[in-house]
Structure formats: structure tokens, C-alpha cells
Design a protein around this ligand. Structure first.
Ligand SMILES: Cc1cc2nc3c(=O)[nH]c(=O)nc-3n(C[C@H](O)[C@H](O)[C@H](O)COP(=O)(O)OP(=O)(O)OC[C@H]3O[C@@H](n4cnc5c(N)ncnc54)[C@H](O)[C@@H]3O)c2cc1C
Length: 366
């Protein structure tokens, strides 16, 4: 019998497994494909909610906790594995948000650094903007990381910390009886454990047994991204305008996102989205016109009501836990969310108030 089984090898599953192993637990992580190939790979790695004041406090509480710890976490992973997740404090420039006054009021109340940028001053912050760039809001402390590197580092770290990672192990069912979890079942057989943690991203609802007519309200929301190859330094800041963003990587690549599409479990990409993302990027940063778009992909975000994830024990099945539904902010909320679930599984004082994330609070009738 294992101590605990983690289902799902995205950022949330791997980080949860790492924390559980760090507290002395024996952990097996089951991933149906290869770890780190779904939403966590597809995402942008911006370490802030976009327009954070538009999100409920429970999202910002997890984000703020994680933002404090990300520099050390990335440095530790780099040191441990030799893989640099490229935590980079690029800053975030929000161009012409229509609710700038609300943004400034939120930042003042939260003690978050945010500066108003007058028209004509934005190019002093990001010279790649067009000559007629309007003003906006500047958050100099916002950072980013490079998702594929973060995931590689996490995977390596799990191996070093003795987590048994099984790739190609789909879980079909969580086994339980008399109000207690027993383990999981897949086409490969059964595995027993005292605790099971579901971190299945957009697929989590299928894994969480609930009463007839109830379903965990976590559903897929497709996001498409494109990638430019440009010279390093062409763009230095993360830019956000009318919901589209540009993220400059250290080697010159620029990630541009994203779309929000409710199309079920369909990860295909469309010409329309590519054209719309290109148009948004090149009208904001004219120097991108003519630069090659070298990749176009889509990922499925685990959508949840208001983007607030479900973190904690199952309301009826002892030993079953969930950490899922991070929607657009799973990377930035990850460390806090995983620390919270690990503490609840270990029965120790949680680092944050767990109430807003409890499953019972968010369940809807299916
Ligand atoms: C285009 C896009 C841009 C984004 N940008 C950002 C951003 O800039 N900042 C930010 O913070 N967040 C961003 N996000 C959101 C973030 O990526 C997600 O919230 C986060 O990655 C969710 O992580 P996860 O581990 O829950 O899900 P996933 O990474 O999807 O992992 C779930 C894993 O569970 C596995 N699994 C599912 N079912 C089973 C099963 N039955 N058995 C075994 N394994 C199973 C899957 O194969 C998968 O590997 C973005 C997402 C997208 C798609």
C-alpha cells in the first residue's frame, strides 16, 4: 500500500507530489501520457493574473503567496536539477485598460506596486511599442517563467526526491467504499493507497466521484498561442492589451496569447485565431511584422467558476483530495495551492485560509 497517489502530472500534480515527498510521504504519481504536456506546457507562465483587480480575492490570495516564493523555488529547482526555469522579472505593462482607476485603487489597497503611465511615456518602459502607443498601467515587479523548463525541472526533481512517476498510466476510477478512499483503477490494474489526490486539470471532473446529479464544475477552456522567433531584446516587457499578451523569452522568442474557447476537449488550432493573435501582436509591436511565427498550439485550461480552484478534501470520501480548476492562473497560483493541499493531506496547519477553495462550497447540481 502506498502512502499517497497523485493523479495527473501537470504542474499542479508534480508540485503537489514534490511537496508531499518533501514532508516525508511515499508518493506515486500516475500520468496517463507523458508528464507536463497539457495546459501546464501550453501556458504562458505570466506570474500574475491578467488585470488582477478583476479577479476574486481567493485567486489573488494564492497568487500573492506564490509570487513571494517563486524566486526561491526556481533557484532551488535550478540548483537541484541543473535546469533553469528562467524566472524573469520582466514587469507587466497593461496598455490602455478601460478600468485603470479600479486597477490603481486595488493596487493601493493591496500594497502592490502599480504605476500609471501617461500617453507618450509607455515607450520609455517598452521601446518596441509603436510611436502612437497610449498610456496604461505598469507593474514592474511581475515576473514570468518558461513553462516547459519549469516542468522538466519539476520532473527531474521528483526523480531525485524518490517520487515514483509512472507515465502512460491512465486512471479510470477512484476506488472507495464505506466513505473511505481505497486507491485507483486503470486498464493497467489497481493501486491501493491511504490517500489519493486528483490533479487531472481539465479532466478532473471525470475522476471525482460525487452524488448522482452532481459534478465538479471544472470544464475545458481552449487557449491558442503563437510563437515568434525574434532577436533577443527586441521586446523586454510583458505587454497586455485588450486581453492579448506578448511575453518576451530570454532567447528572443515571443509568446503571444491567447483565445478563450469553449469547444470541449478539442486541442486543434485555427487559422482565425492565428491571424487574430498576429494582428494583435503586430499592431502593438510593429517590429514584429515580418518576423517568423514558428509555432502555433492550443491547451485546455481547467475552467472553474470565477477561476477559483478546488483545493482540499472530498466532502464525503475520507482520504480523497482535489487540487484542480486553476483556469487561467495555475502557474501563478501553483505553489500556494500545492502547499495548501499538502498541508491538508498531512493534517498540519494550512499556510492560507482553506475555506474559499473547499469542494462543498463550489459544487453545482449537474
Ligand atoms: C494558452 C494558455 C495560457 C496560459 N497562461 C497562463 C499564464 O500565463 N499564467 C498562469 O498562471 N497560468 C496560465 N495558464 C493556466 C495554467 O496553464 C493552468 O491553470 C495549469 O497549467 C493547470 O495545471 P494542471 O496541472 O491542473 O493541468 P494540466 O497541466 O492540464 O495537467 C493535468 C494532467 O493530468 C493528466 N490526466 C488527466 N486525466 C488523467 C487520468 N484520468 N489519469 C492520469 N492522468 C490524467 C493530464 O494528462 C495532464 O498531464 C494558461 C493556460 C493556457 C492553456
Amino acid at each position: 500500500m502506498q502512502d499517497c497517489i497523485v493523479v495527473g502530472g501537470g504542474l499542479i500534480g508534480m508540485l503537489s507530489a514534490r511537496m508531499l515527498a518533501g514532508s516525508g510521504r511515499r508518493v506515486v504519481l500516475l500520468e496517463r501520457g507523458e508528464p507536463g504536456q497539457e495546459a501546464s506546457w501550453a501556458g504562458g507562465g505570466i506570474l500574475s493574473p491578467l488585470y488582477p483587480w478583476r479577479y476574486p480575492q481567493p485567486v489573488n490570495a494564492l497568487a500573492a503567496w506564490s509570487q513571494q516564493r517563486y524566486p526561491d523555488l526556481c533557484a532551488e529547482l535550478h540548483e537541484e536539477t541543473g535546469i533553469d526555469p528562467e524566472w524573469t522579472q520582466s514587469g507587466l505593462l497593461m496598455v490602455a485598460p478601460e478600468d485603470a482607476a479600479e486597477g490603481l485603487a486595488w493596487a493601493r489597497a493591496q500594497g502592490v506596486r502599480m504605476e500609471q503611465v501617461a500617453p507618450g511615456e509607455a515607450r520609455a518602459i517598452e521601446p518596441a511599442l509603436g510611436a502612437d502607443a497610449p498610456g496604461g498601467l505598469w507593474m514592474p515587479e511581475i515576473a514570468q517563467l518558461r513553462n516547459p523548463r519549469m516542468l522538466k525541472a519539476l520532473r527531474h526533481s521528483l526523480e531525485l526526491r524518490g517520487v515514483e512517476l509512472r507515465a502512460g498510466y491512465p486512471v479510470e476510477e477512484v476506488l472507495h467504499g464505506q466513505g473511505r478512499v481505497q486507491g485507483v483503477r486503470g486498464p493497467w490494474g489497481e493501486l491501493r493507497a491511504e490517500q489519493v489526490l486528483v490533479c487531472g486539470g481539465a479532466w478532473s471532473a471525470r475522476l471525482v466521484p460525487l452524488a448522482q446529479g452532481e459534478a465538479l464544475p471544472v470544464t475545458p477552456v481552449r487557449g491558442q498561442m503563437i510563437l515568434y522567433r525574434a532577436r533577443p531584446g527586441l521586446l523586454q516587457r510583458i505587454l497586455l492589451h485588450e486581453g492579448r499578451y506578448l511575453i518576451p523569452r530570454r532567447d528572443g522568442h515571443i509568446v503571444v496569447g491567447s483565445t478563450m474557447e469553449r469547444v470541449g476537449y478539442d486541442k486543434s488550432v485555427t487559422d482565425d485565431a492565428r491571424a487574430a493573435l498576429q494582428q494583435a501582436a503586430e499592431s502593438l509591436v510593429p517590429a514584429l511584422a515580418g518576423q517568423p511565427v514558428v509555432r502555433h498550439w492550443a491547451g485546455l485550461r481547467p475552467g472553474s467558476p470565477q477561476g477559483v480552484p478546488f483545493i482540499g478534501p472530498h466532502p464525503e470520501i475520507d482520504g480523497l483530495f482535489v487540487n484542480s480548476g486553476h483556469f487561467r492562473n495555475g502557474v501563478v497560483m501553483g505553489p500556494a495551492s500545492c502547499a495548501l493541499v499538502a498541508s491538508l493531506m498531512n493534517g498540519v496547519e494550512p499556510p492560507l485560509n482553506e475555506k474559499p477553495y473547499q469542494l462543498r462550497a463550489g459544487l453545482q447540481k449537474g
